[in-house]
Design a protein around this ligand. Structure first.
Ligand code: FMN
Length: 154
């Protein structure tokens, strides 16, 4: 897939098929994820892959009725959604996952992965000129964009 297509159309995907993500996909996703930059290059992250249905159900309940499901990648048709709101339940979640209490770990996000039932389309967003200043706060750019530039005008 073309990079710009992935950037323009990847949404928080919450409608998922009932099938599991195959085991062999996980290392491929994480091998790409760890290429991200990190402060000072410390790479002070770790990932816990949760396949267990009971643990997924438990995390789903903490989510107050929101649907846990889909943004890590469009890799092999996958959709995802980051669930940042679960970070406030860190104290409850960490012991269940065996995260050491004395090493300073913080729950950044839970990313739910699955195969979407719907189609991808360009994400509606505030236009770039409305959220951009030039040189100084409040100084608008000379350009405006009336519609997304992809796929016709990039
Ligand atoms: C850092 C971050 C945290 C998020 N946390 C949640 C969350 O806790 N619950 C949720 O339903 N969606 C969460 N999302 C998904 C956003 O709500 C979603 O990207 C936004 O509503 C725009 O939707 P769209 O990507 O489908 O256009 C999060 C997204 C980001 C980037």
């Amino acid at each position: 897939m073309e990079l710009l297509e992935a950037l323009y159309t990847t949404r928080a995907m919450r409608r998922m098929q009932p099938r599991d993500v195959p085991d062999e996909v996980i290392p491929r996703l994480l091998d790409a994820a760890i290429r991200a930059p990190s402060g000072g290059g410390f790479q002070n992250w770790c990932f816990i892959v949760i396949r267990d249905a009971g643990m997924k159900a438990y995390l789903g309940k903490l989510f107050d009725g929101d649907i846990v499901a889909a943004r890590a990648g469009r890799y092999r048709g996958l959709g995802s959604v980051p669930v940042g709101s679960l970070a406030r339940h860190q104290a409850e979640i960490f012991p269940r996952l065996g995260v050491p209490a004395d090493e300073g770990w913080m729950l950044a996000s839970i990313v739910a992965l699955g195969y979407p039932t719907g189609r991808w389309a360009v994400a509606p967003r505030k236009p770039a000129h409305e959220v951009t200043f030039v040189e100084r706060f409040g100084q608008r750019p000379a350009w405006t964009l009336s519609k997304p530039l992809w796929p016709n005008d990039v």
